[in-house]
Ligand binder design. Structure first.
Ligand SMILES: Nc1ncnc2c1ncn2[C@@H]1O[C@H](COP(=O)(O)OP(=O)(O)OP(=O)(O)O)[C@@H](O)[C@H]1O
Length: 220
């Protein structure tokens, strides 16, 4: 379970996140919804240890993440899909997916790769292609696969549907919905819930760095 309490984050002395509290349970999904510049990426980067909070706590499965070095997050089973994908253009799709496994000297990398391919069969078909030969949406699928290599317990997905054609966005939503049934906690940011309203157990609205939990729309 991810538990963020009273988190405050400043960048260059400007307060960006204000007293943010969020909880995402095991095998559940939370959407973080807000406009450009609201603070979604800042929150995700704080959980990943890329930004250092001014105050507050971030706990994952009882571990104090603020005191945990960035590289050790991988060993806790935390995966991250950045908004800008960050594929290495000259590497093949398979090599891109394997990058975190190499970086972490993951022993069961090929077994995990098989699991990722079973979850997202398109990646098997793309495997020999270079990152630069894929569309933006296909690259998002690869970035999700890469995050899944080590993200076995918690996945942080920054705007996974942004700029993706509708058919591929639906496909991404389908894959993401499977993750919950695999027991993962997932938090993803979006500017609206166009593709994911039906996936989430919780919706958090973020506005100028302040977060409030929003009631879910009744499901018909
Ligand atoms: N490196 C930085 N230096 C200064 N200000 C920053 C920096 N990074 C983010 N900010 C500011 O922090 C605020 C939150 O930015 P953030 O990227 O978290 O928003 P976001 O909700 O993810 O937006 P988007 O949907 O555009 O990615 C913005 O006002 C932004 O200008």
């Amino acid at each position: 379970m991810l538990k963020i309490s009273n988190l405050n984050v400043s960048i260059q002395s400007v307060d960006i996140l204000r007293d943010v509290s969020i909880q995402v349970d095991t095998a559940s999904m939370a959407g973080l919804v807000g406009r450009n510049g609201a603070g979604k990426t800042t929150l995700i980067k704080s959980v990943m240890g890329i930004l250092k909070p001014k105050s507050g706590t971030i706990e994952f499965d009882g571990v104090d993440l603020i005191q945990t070095p960035v590289n050790l997050r991988n060993r806790l089973g935390i995966g991250y899909m950045p908004e800008d994908r960050r594929l290495i253009p000259d590497l093949t799709v398979e090599e891109n997916i394997l990058v975190p496994a190499w970086a972490n000297e993951q022993i069961d990398a090929h077994k995990r790769l098989g699991y990722v391919y079973d979850l997202i069969p398109e990646l098997r078909a793309f495997a020999p292609r270079r990152g630069q030969q894929l569309s933006g949406g296909q690259q998002k699928l690869v970035a999700l696969g890469r995050a899944l290599m080590i993200g076995s317990k918690l996945l942080l997905l920054d705007e996974p549907f942004e700029g993706v054609a509708p058919a591929l966005a639906q496909r991404l939503a389908e894959v993401i919905s499977r993750l919950q049934t695999e027991g993962m906690a997932v938090i993803f940011s979006e500017s609206d819930l166009q593709y994911s309203e039906h996936l989430v157990q919780k919706v958090y609205s973020i506005d100028r760095g302040a977060v409030t939990e929003r009631p879910l729309k009744p499901r018909l």
